[in-house]
Design a protein around this ligand. Sequence first.
Ligand SMILES: Nc1ncnc2c1ncn2[C@@H]1O[C@H](COP(=O)(O)OP(=O)(O)OP(=O)(O)O)[C@@H](O)[C@H]1O
Length: 612
Amino acid sequence: MQKGQIRVHTENIFPIIKKFLYSDHDIFLRELISNAVDATQKVKTLASIGEFKGELGDLRIDIVINKEDKTLSIIDRGVGMTEAEVDKYINQVAFSSAEDFLQKYKDANIIGHFGLGFYSAFMVSDKVEIFTKSFKDEPAVYWSCDGSPEYELYQVEKEERGTRIVLHVNEESKEFLEADRIKGILEKFCRFLPVPVYFEDKQINNTNPIWTKKPSELTTQDYQNFYKELYPFGETPLFWIHLNVDYPFNLTGVLYFPKIKQSYEIQKDKIQLYSNQVFVTDEVKDIVPEFLMLLHGVIDSPDIPLNVSRSYLQGDPNVKKINTYITKKVADKLEEIFNKERSEFEEKWESLGLFVKYGMMTDDKFLEKANKFFIMEDASVKKFYTLDEYRTATEASQKNKDGKLVLLYTTDPVQQDSYIKAAANKGYKVVKMETLVDAAFINTMEMKWENVTFKRVDADIVDNLIDAQETNESVLNKDEEAKLKEWFGLQIGETHITVDVKGLSADAPPVVATRPEFMRRMKDMAGVGGGMASFYAQMPDEVTLTVNGNHSIYQQLLKEDNSDKLNKQVRNLADLALLSQGLLKGEELTSFINRSVELMEGKTKSNIILEA
Ligand SMILES: Nc1ncnc2c1ncn2[C@@H]1O[C@H](COP(=O)(O)OP(=O)(O)OP(=O)(O)O)[C@@H](O)[C@H]1O
């Protein structure tokens, strides 16, 4: 029997362990099971190269709770350790690395992954025992330690090859003697470990998850089943990308594009990061480009540094390369689908568009590729355009005098229907920009795309959408125009509403309400975020009412001698235009309804007086 002092200056390892790991106690089990997996893989490898000639037996790992003894055991049939190895790997390495650990990460913001190894067992134990028998022809050994620098090490009887780690769970950690608690941890960290892990006679892991297989061996059903395994409540994903690199870094994985109908459904942190099939985290920020955080799935890479601080991770060259690789893979896949199955691509655009736009705004490399497959849906007909296609289709009619393409869009095809129809009648093409990201997308693309300017279809009367026209002569004379302007001015009286009399076509509405692009955009942006935005948010909606002097109704109104009726009709015409913009609300809407009924009943003041 050997007795000795562990060679470490720290008097007691508990303080170190508690200090650094307090927040994430569960990981002790992952660490111990990872060691068991490593030991199992090693014996398999040794057998395959002929260095181990015995029976491999049933290579499984067992997790066993004994409530009476208050122990939790991790049992493997791996390589095991000889006495010399226990001394070398457990006594010296483990305990001296406690010192290293302290030195190295004194100031670092520990994310608590790996590098903690075997002695994280002391987080939850009063005492830890090891029973181990090496695959080599040497006696089995027993080691135990209560967390003080004293250990015991001596030979014991043990027939089976492998290692049994026994944790005497301490009073504060007795939760780890509860089956449900252990099951929860196993399901989180061990779901896809490459060696079968058993708990309460049940295997808890899938040892061959699809990302470890070749894409050529997998069917659509396999990918969809795996998605269900990861997200039991998720809808069938749109499609997926199988990642597989071995140079200049190792990475495998499957990324899924989920179905997203509404922007507010977005859920981040759905991608799980593994290292050799050991779950590490579902916070993949920094490793996956920001805009792809909306994807789901799994990434497995042994090359991502996991035991260091976040700031270090950002600067890591491998992480940068991985980021670039994933972006490129995603762009290539989207381009491939666009080229091969355009109609399917168009069908899925509602969900896809969100990733693509987000990516185009935030990543110039992606933008370059995405310009080829980014599409816009026509608001009037079932048709999609790429930017190039839109340019070709509108070259003749939608270039302004500065040579810029005026890209007409609608944020609400239902609400803006009359404007869309007016634009379509002129031969203009209006596209849908309806999602939450579109306001920001439009602003960004005006800077990134050359010679393109965006205009919402109701930003101006249709004649002025591309270029402001100099004159719009109406059939009215100057006096009559001035009269109309005065009537409307008196009825409106609000400073944020400008009244203009113009000669539009006779079948255009009598009054058209438009919202100047710049102010409206500022207000839209204000809805999303701070800064100058809050200033604009408080401003009323800026509206221009263009009175169409060519509309026949004014011939009638100019002859009206009942002033109450005239005023009510003028007010109603203005309200109708505001209504079409969704700007008539509350009391004003109520007055409009009452006034309309009065007009229909022919109840105007002079009439009422006549009746009386
Ligand atoms: N179940 C086991 N079977 C065989 N050897 C083991 C077992 N557990 C630990 N060891 C040996 O003890 C060593 C130290 O383990 P420890 O967990 O502290 O560090 P590590 O596994 O080398 O690295 P990491 O810090 O990434 O866990 C291992 O490298 C291994 O040689």
